[in-house]
Design a protein around this ligand. Structure first.
Ligand code: PEP
Ligand code: MG
Length: 781
């Protein structure tokens, strides 16, 4: 048998039907209303290549040096060509087509999707097995199946398997063929409240096909229903567009919702009852709250997909062997979340139970929220890092990139120097470790081993231990990814990432992409200046470091966009690295040799960075965008664009843009638009320091550092206006994008996206939605 029907699949068939096929089979088997379909099994793929005797040639073709991008591209082309050009044997062709004809009387539009079977691959999605074709009919079906098979041999997939040491010939692929539901209405449903865990179902619903809701193209109606008495809280949204199947072409198209249906409630009470019954059945089946995609056609409810709600923390579910979660607590308890998971739990802190005087002994800027107690470890030189154990609180002048491993172990961080945008502040927020910066005197006032309590919200260090270890989960709750009920916003909400290790946490926020990926942390963690590293290890090693660092984040977010900034470290940061003695001495490094200035001066080093981008594009990371830091004018842009072209990057094909970090850049944005930028992104940390002449890292003038100063806001507003006229996207990736007042200002001005810190993403999404709704209301009043 070349195919298995969804209702024939059992748990033991995973190898044959892959993850997607197995889960649809399980739901079908449980009697849930899944649209009918079948799986072309992994064994069929295998027989196809073996019977046609293309297997050996196929595996030989992809046995290449994956760092040679030309060879890799040729290998992928050759392998895919071999598969798509090999004809189906008659018998197999007939069996697949006959199965298709049994779905929807031979006239069905079907979805054709690859289904990974290599469950031992750490990230099967990256193995390239993620092809999806919608609205397929008999005419194209066989080609689509072959294309799914060929997706095993994209450049990315080949590269990945080679790097991970997987044998190409050991990986198989199944293909799911399933009837498309021509939905009149559709949406998502959370079977329990995803952030509070209450026994409350949340349903979002809009007209037409589900992609409009899932992709955020439309704001859906929102129904919050108590599972006990079924009382309901209802918010009806204005639904302007819907996705539908075009009757002639079969393709999905976006259409305007007819006027009378725009503010009409989408699902009736009966339909809500049907959805809730379905939700309860699927939750019972899996024993845990689910996030379900559903569709309704002719009054029948279908379930398209179901997965566990991802914010339920793992320890909670793992602790419960039956898998059943008490939804009233399982979703809200922050224990076992990011902080504990990355090894920085506060267990060390509990060792000392000395009573606390609770007196404030040091204060500074609370830069990463949460409260923890633990022994202070004074770090004055790198050797001291060895004494930092899990649960300790690092006390140091200022953190450096090579301290990141110890920062992960620590339960808290306190520095003498720095402001809200310093290394310690940025990295601790991304790691979810409470921190206080700019205390001026922590390293002298605090004693090594002294037990203290760090309150990262208030910016206060108290003597002794004032919180019990179980209360220390509090900070985690604040920084952990929260509810997956992502408010639908027209303004995109993205996230900032500085250390690749934070990519997973960042992606779990549900952000629309990465608005700023700082590459300097990848370079600084090499502990050598780029020039030194290249001299010792060669250019290829340098490029590979960049490719690997960026790839980790680009993967985590794929296909959401990731805006990667080219190198921007001031010379004083480079000076502390090996090779730093060759850095120029500067009176004021913030006004000196950094960002695009350095790149355009050392075009040889810049070329290696651009080569890294080039390789990522070759590997298929079309979600990577290039952002240029500290530009002043269009001249900088033209010169950088030339460098991109020399590196083989086509500026017309890729998305790239500039940071607006100097008043000069803000005043030159029109000319920069002429030079071809796709986006302008506000670096308000620098824009504020240069507009107000306030050093962002100088704690003595920290009270004068005001991103909401009218002069800064004037520059921001003017740039947004100019860019809107020119069709250039605008964004903010400075720290101020996490502040509600700034969000209000920018959304009102019409910014295209806002990039926030990991811990602020969800609040920013809500704030953006609130401001957008107010704008809408104001426009109709
Ligand atoms: C900024 O200046 O606002 C910015 C985002 O860049 P950085 O903080 O890395 O200078
Ligand atoms: Mg900057």
């Amino acid at each position: 048998m070349a195919v298995l029907w969804l209702d024939e699949i059992s748990a033991g068939d995973l190898e044959q039907v892959g993850g997607k096929g197995a889960s649809l089979g399980e739901l079908t088997g449980a009697g849930l209303p899944v649209p009918p379909g079948f799986v072309v099994t992994a064994g069929t793929y295998r027989r196809f290549i073996e019977d046609a005797e293309i297997d050996e040639e196929l595996f030989a073709a992809v046995d290449v040096d994956v760092d040679d991008s030309a060879a890799l591209a040729d290998a992928a082309d050759r392998a895919q060509e071999l598969i798509v050009e090999t004809p189906f044997p008659d018998e197999l062709r007939e069996e697949i087509l006959e199965s298709y004809r049994e779905v929807g009387d031979g006239e069905a539009f079907v979805a054709v999707r690859s289904s990974a079977t290599a469950e031992d691959l750490p990230d099967a999605s990256f193995a390239g097995q993620q092809e999806t074709f919608l609205n397929v009919t008999e005419e194209d079906l066989l080609n689509r199946v072959r294309e799914c098979w060929a997706s095993l041999f994209t450049q990315r997939a080949i590269y990945y398997r080679q790097e991970q040491g997987f044998d190409h010939s050991a990986v198989n692929i199944a293909v799911v063929v399933q009837q498309m539901v021509d939905a009149e209405k559709s949406g998502v449903m959370f079977t329990s409240h995803p952030s509070t865990g209450d026994p409350t179902m949340i349903i979002e619903a809009a007209w037409g096909l589900g992609e409009a809701v899932v992709s955020g193209a439309v704001s859906p109606d929102n129904y919050v229903i108590d599972r006990g008495d079924r009382s309901m809280d209802l918010t009806i949204a204005e639904k302007k567009v819907m996705h539908e199947k075009d009757e002639e072409t079969g393709q999905t198209v976006e259409r305007d919702v007819p006027e009378e249906k725009r503010t009409q409630r989408v699902i009736s009470d009966d339909e809500i009852d049907a959805l809730m019954d379905l939700g309860e059945r699927v939750e019972d089946h899996y024993g845990e709250p689910q996030d379900v995609e559903w569709a309704i056609v002719d009054g029948d409810v279908y379930m398209l997909q179901s997965r566990p709600i991802t914010t339920i923390d793992e320890d909670e579910t793992a602790a419960d062997a039956t898998g059943s979660v008490d939804p009233t607590k399982g979703l809200t308890d922050g224990s076992g979340s990011a902080q504990a998971a990355d090894g920085s739990s506060a267990t060390g802190a509990s060792a000392d139970s000395s009573a606390s005087s609770g007196e404030v002994i040091v204060d500074g800027l609370g830069s990463s929220p949460g409260t923890v107690s633990g022994p202070a470890k004074i770090v004055t030189k790198l050797d001291d890092l060895a004494k930092v154990s899990e649960g300790d609180i690092i006390v140091t002048e200022m953190t450096m990139p090579d301290m990141v491993p110890a920062m992960k172990r620590a339960s808290g961080i306190i520095t003498d120097e720095g402001g809200m945008t310093s290394h310690a502040a940025i990295v601790s927020r991304e790691l979810g470790v409470p921190a206080i910066v700019g205390t001026t005197n922590a390293t002298t006032v605090l004693q090594d081993g002294q037990v203290v309590t760090l309150d990262g919200d208030k910016g206060a260090v108290l003597e002794g231990k004032t919180v019990e270890p179980d209360e220390e989960t509090e900070p985690v709750e604040e920084v952990r990814p929260q509810s997956p009920v992502k408010p639908m916003t027209a303004t995109e909400v993205k996230v900032n990432v500085s250390i690749p290790e934070a990519a997973e946490r960042a992606a779990a926020t549900g952000a629309d992409g990465v608005g700023l990926l700082r590459t300097e942390h990848m370079i600084l963690s090499l502990n050598q200046t780029p020039e030194k590293f290249i001299a010792e290890n060669g250019t290829d090693a340098y490029i590979t470091e960049l490719v690997e660092g960026i790839r980790g984040v680009a993967d985590e977010f794929y296909p959401r966009p990731v805006r990667v900034r080219t190198l921007d470290a001031p010379t004083d940061e480079f000076r502390q690295l090996e090779g730093g003695e060759d850095e120029p001495e500067e009176h004021n490094p913030m006004l000196g040799y950094r960002g695009i200035r350095r790149s355009l001066d050392r075009t040889d080093v810049f070329a290696h960075e651009l080569e890294a981008f080039h390789r990522l594009y070759e590997l298929g990371y079309d979600n990577v965008e290039i952002m240029l830091p500290l530009v002043n004018d269009a001249e900088d842009i033209y010169r950088a664009k030339e460098c991109m072209k020399e590196a083989g990057i086509d500026p017309e094909k890729r998305k790239w843009g500039a940071m607006i970090e100097t008043p000069a850049a803000a005043l030159s944005v029109e000319e920069m638009a002429d030079a071809g930028i796709d986006f302008a992104s506000f670096g308000t940390n620098d824009l504020t320091q240069y507009t107000l002449a306030v050093d962002r890292n100088n704690e003595h003038v920290a009270d004068r550092f005001d991103e909401l100063h009218p002069a800064v806001l004037r520059l921001l507003g003017d740039v947004i206006e100019t860019c809107r006229e020119r069709g250039v996207d605008t964004s903010i990736c400075g720290q101020a994008g996490s502040k509600p007042e700034m969000v209000q200002f920018l959304v009102n001005e019409g910014i295209s996206s806002i990039s926030a810190n990991i811990d602020a993403v969800r609040d920013v999404q809500h704030e953006v939605k609130r401001v957008e709704q107010k704008l809408l209301l104001d426009s109709v009043r």
